[in-house]
Write a protein that binds this ligand. Structure first.
Ligand code: GLU
Length: 489
């Protein structure tokens, strides 16, 4: 095909975008960027009853967050606009009329009451549900009368009753549907709004879309679209339906599998680098070895040939692993900038804001090994900021230690550290190791109570580094507080 590549992401603002939606956007974007084509965003907002407030903003926000920039669409405009279907109603109405005139569609005057009765009768008789084509064969006379009476009507497609509709799917090869299984589907509703099929086909044609890359769930809509392309005398684009995304148990992906909306992942502290990499692997792979790809690499290597024919499996553990990995490869400065808003928000309220960025920058290397998401940081790092640490004084006393020996050890540490001129990792290590020797106790017997005194936890980042970041003043204050706690026993 010599047609220039123009692909589109055509979300409906009927819910907050989840991984499946944005995976479709990503594959379209990668295909466009890889081939030097155009990526278009078109908002399919004609199902007004199902519109969810805030979802359009969430869709746009998710694309922006991931850096999936579009060449034409909302906010950026373009020569084929408007890119919101609700602003294109006259176009669909005109072409729907044209389909009637050409004998491919007809006006249906059935009342909702009649349709309800029809459905009830079909259900009772265990017949397949579907429109019984009552208005398809109205006589000209009956039709004229109904039209003259001003009775509300919709427009339906006159689906061929026999034969098959066949098309090529770039991933599946030839796909065929029996026409007898396809309803006389609605094109235009009473209020003049088009149904998805009509608007989608018209816009893909008018916007000169070369390839329709969309999720497999739309495969059964494609024969309807193929019929419409033919009826409208439009050349159909190429189709490729992306594999489903399932949970590890191969059931429909849901929250239970850790699936969330993109906004939720962002708010939970997943990096855009992680999400881009993770989403790319949901139904696409380069080979069975490499899994870590940055944005540019994905653009360079993405191809439809490597899109899988079988479902992509969503693995939350892999997402977490990837995020931890990306977090650890970010330069400290960058990671600090990304962590700050989370820490500002999540650290206990009693901690003074704004946080000191220089202090945060120092502690980042100490927590980065342990955090999986940016949101984890506050819980790991709160002790760096708190004025008073809460813990049970019994925690200070190690296994082979007593209250006296612990008091002695902490007192010894207080003495040594208060006269320590340069308070850094090396000097702390040296001083405290010597102190343990002098006291005739094992290093652990000194370091453990010191760790609890300075961090309130048994497991914390490396002790000397942590104490160096906390600084002399904070450490001494905390050791004194520990001594007081012990003495109060
Ligand atoms: N508006 C449809 C959706 O929400 C678009 C499907 C398609 O790409 O044709 O997914």
């Amino acid at each position: 095909m010599d047609k220039p590549v123009r692909v589109r992401y055509a979300p409906s603002p009927t819910g907050f975008p989840h991984v499946g939606n944005i995976r479709t956007a990503l594959f379209n974007w990668l295909f466009a960027r890889h081939t030097g084509g155009k990526f278009i965003v078109r908002i399919e907002d004609t199902d007004t009853a199902r519109t969810v407030p805030g979802s359009l903003e969430a869709i746009i926000g998710s694309l922006r967050w991931l850096g999936l920039d579009w060449d034409e669409g909302p906010e950026v405009g373009g020569p084929y606009g408007p890119y919101m279907q609700s602003q294109r109603l006259p176009i669909y109405q005109k072409l729907a009329e044209q389909l009637i005139a050409a004998g491919f569609a007809y006006r249906c005057f059935c009342t909702s009451e009649r349709l309800d009765n029809m459905r009830a009768a079909q259900t009772a008789a265990k017949l397949p549900l579907g429109y019984d084509r009552h208005c398809r064969d109205l006589s000209t006379d009956e039709r004229n009368k109904l039209e003259a009476s001003g009775a509300p009507s919709i427009i339906r497609f006159k689906t061929p009753l026999t034969g098959r509709t066949v098309f090529q799917d770039m991933l599946r090869g030839e796909v065929a549907f029996e026409n007898s299984g396809i309803d006389d589907y609605v094109l235009l509703k009473t209020d003049g709004f088009p149904v998805y099929h009509l608007a989608n086909v018209i816009d893909d044609h008018l916007m000169e879309i070369s390839h329709v890359l969309r999720a497999e769930e739309w495969l059964s809509s494609t024969p309807k679209h193929v019929m419409l392309y033919a009826a409208l005398k439009f050349e159909a684009p190429q189709f490729a339906h992306m594999p489903l995304i399932l949970g590890p148990d191969r059931s429909k992906l849901s929250k239970r599998h850790g699936a969330a909306t993109l906004t939720e992942y962002r708010d939970q502290g997943y990096l855009q680098e992680t999400m881009l990499n993770f989403l790319a692997l949901l139904g696409w792979s380069l080979d069975d070895k490499n899994e870590i790809f940055n944005r540019q690499q994905l653009i360079d290597i993405f191809s439809l040939e490597r899109v899988s024919r079988t479902a992509g499996i969503f693995n939350k553990d892999k997402l977490d692993w990837l995020n931890g990995m990306y977090i650890r490869t970010l330069p400290v400065e960058d990671l600090t900038d990304r962590l700050l808003p989370f820490m500002e928000k999540d650290l206990p309220a009693e901690i003074k804001r704004p946080l000191d960025i220089n202090y945060v920058r120092q502690l980042v290397p100490l927590i980065r090994e342990r955090i999986i998401t940016l949101k984890d940081a506050a819980a790991y790092a709160d002790f760096f900021f708190l004025d008073q640490l809460e813990y049970d004084s019994a925690k200070l006393i190690g296994k082979k230690m007593t209250e006296e020996t612990t008091l002695k050890a902490l007192k010894g540490a207080e003495n040594k550290l208060s006269s320590l001129a340069s308070f850094n990792t090396a000097s702390l290590e040296d001083t405290l190791r010597h102190l343990a020797d002098d006291l005739g106790i094992k290093t652990g017997e000194l370091f453990n109570p010191l760790r609890v005194a300075t961090t309130a936890r048994d497991a914390a980042p490396p002790l000397f580094e942590t104490m160096a970041v906390l600084g002399k003043e904070r450490c001494l204050k905390r050791i004194i507080a520990a001594l007081t706690k012990l003495a109060g026993n």
